[in-house]
Design a protein around this ligand. Structure first.
Ligand code: GLU
Length: 502
């Protein structure tokens, strides 16, 4: 039975790298008919951030990543919040004390700071390890009496893992293959803190075992901890789950890991949804107008590839296609342009009705009266031009309001001496047209221009200018069909008058 977990720490908002980890876990679980679990790793009380847990849950909900077990869903392996599992960790720490995999370390924070400063002064780094522990304030170096006295005096202590000396630890990662570590390069990590709460390492291993996690899929930054984790499984006498460490996501420049601050500096969102911290607001994909399907599709291809040219995948298609052996070892570069491209693809697949629903909200906010206009038709016509729903206004404002000014440059280029005369003739032609349908008017105008031997461009540029006020927009005949006869004629006459009065 495949069981995977996403195990965030609520120490801040989840960024897109974290969402990708959750996504790959989800895709893997669902592709194997397994279970996906949400476990909140909140044993570090000093780094707790108000609202972070809610942010994580809301973000993943928006993305469509669902959990089978978790703090909201419940399940047979709970509690799913580590701060509610204190007693479980205490019990397991006892096992490690008993089999001497850990020792008590009484060194105070000041003692350790001093050691660090001394080492630094000599150009070295202080490490609490198999060597230094021999002369520090711990139950391995001190006599039994000294330890008893410290305990009798209630001296605070931590439990440290007793890293074996000079052992080659052989590990396996599903993405990176076989890896070796020499234990001498590793330090004696704290497993239980003075506050009686476990550190990440202990709580994480105990929970992965008790929750029967079969595959640990997480970010590459946890790879250096893997040797310790293997040794902890060994100390408990437990079977090691399978591990897969996902490659990093790089900044758009390709230089360095994508960080939480990059979004503001480089102008794109890094968080799935907006995060507010005091006065500061960090952009979110949701608020920036991305569709969750597009965001997820983009993330899936950061580190995973289907082995084909296919780029557009629904969540179900991703589940079908996903496998860990198509996750690469090397870091992938995030491209904000590609993110927009995905959004464009998904928007253009939407129906006019769906887009219109969202667009009406924007129009309402702008206090625009659209009751007389065929909004669905407008959305259908323009959807190929959009990266975001909010781009619609820029593409369609002229349907809702007649031009108040005209683009100077375009006017100069498009409006010649005989243009007013030409436009007046056009007005006459349109006046007599009963059926105001794009195709019919186009035929009518084209036949007229041909018989009069007038170039198409000569008329079309000022015609567009009259309707839109600029040189842009969709097909002119599509515009007048929507505007209708009266409004179109009014706009043509307004341009003629504007030019006459100049
Ligand atoms: N709580 C860790 C984190 O915040 C979990 C790491 C893991 O998945 O083992 O990333």
């Amino acid at each position: 039975m495949v069981r995977v977990r996403f195990a965030p720490s609520p120490t801040g908002p989840l960024h897109m790298g974290g969402v990708r980890t959750a996504l790959f876990n989800y895709l893997f679980a669902k592709s194997k008919g397994g279970k996906m679990i949400l476990r909140i790793e909140d044993t570090d009380q000093t780094r707790f951030v108000e609202g972070a847990e809610e942010f994580i849950i809301e973000s993943l909900e928006w993305c469509g990543i669902k959990f089978d077990e978790g703090i909201k869903e419940g399940g047979d392996f709970g509690p799913y919040r580590q701060s509610n599992r204190r007693e479980i960790y205490e019990r397991h720490a006892e096992i490690l004390i008993e089999n001497q995999s850990v020792y008590m370390a009484f060194d105070s924070a000041e003692d350790l700071d001093k050691l660090r400063a001394e080492a630094e002064a000599n150009g070295k780094t202080f490490v609490y390890n198999y060597e230094t522990r021999k002369s520090l304030k711990n139950s391995l170096a001190l006599s039994k009496e000294e330890v008893s006295e410290l305990l009798a005096n209630k001296t605070p202590y931590v439990l440290r893992f007793k890293m074996p000396e000079n052992r080659i630890i052989e590990l396996h990662d599903e993405i990176r293959g076989d890896i070796k570590f020499n234990s001498n390069e590793l330090d004696d990590k704290v497993l239980m803190k003075t506050d009686g709460l476990p550190t990440y390492h202990l709580a994480n291993i105990v929970d992965d075992h008790l929750m029967e996690i079969s595959h640990v899929i997480r970010g590459e930054e946890w790879l250096p901890s893997l040797a310790l984790h293997y040794l902890l499984y060994e100390a408990f006498g437990w079977t090691v789950p399978k591990f897969a460490h996902l490659p990093l996501i790089l900044k758009p420049s390709g230089k360095g890991k994508l960080s939480k601050r990059d979004g503001d500096q480089l102008g794109f969102p890094v968080f799935p949804i907006q995060w507010k911290s005091g006065e500061e607001i960090f952009r979110g994909y949701r608020e920036d107008g991305y569709l969750p399907e597009a965001f997820i599709n983009m993330l899936a291809l950061l580190g995973w590839n289907p082995g084909t040219e296919q780029e557009i995948f629904s969540m179900d298609e991703l589940i079908q296609a996903f496998s860990l052996d198509r996750v690469g070892k090397s870091a992938s570069r995030f491209s904000p342009d590609k993110a927009k491209w995905f959004n464009h693809q998904y928007l253009s697949q939407k129906s006019g009705e769906e887009i219109a629903e969202s667009y009406k909200k924007i129009l309402d906010e702008k206090n625009i009266n659209y009751s007389a206009l065929p909004i669905v038709k407008i959305c259908e016509m323009l959807k190929e031009r959009l990266n975001f729903i909010h781009d619609l206004w820029d593409e369609s404002f002229f349907f809702f309001q007649a031009p108040k000014t005209y683009d100077e440059k375009f006017l100069k280029k498009a409006y010649k001496e005989d243009t007013s005369e030409l436009l007046n003739k056009l007005v006459e032609l349109l006046k007599n047209q009963e059926n105001f349908n794009a195709q019919e008017i186009e035929n009518l105008v084209k036949t007229w221009l041909e018989t009069e031997e007038i170039g198409f461009g000569k008329l079309m540029s000022p015609f567009r200018l009259a309707l839109v006020g600029e040189g842009k927009g969709p097909h002119v005949f599509d515009i007048i069909e929507i505007l209708g006869k009266e409004e179109s004629i009014k706009r043509i006459l307004a341009l003629i008058e504007f030019v006459d009065n100049k």
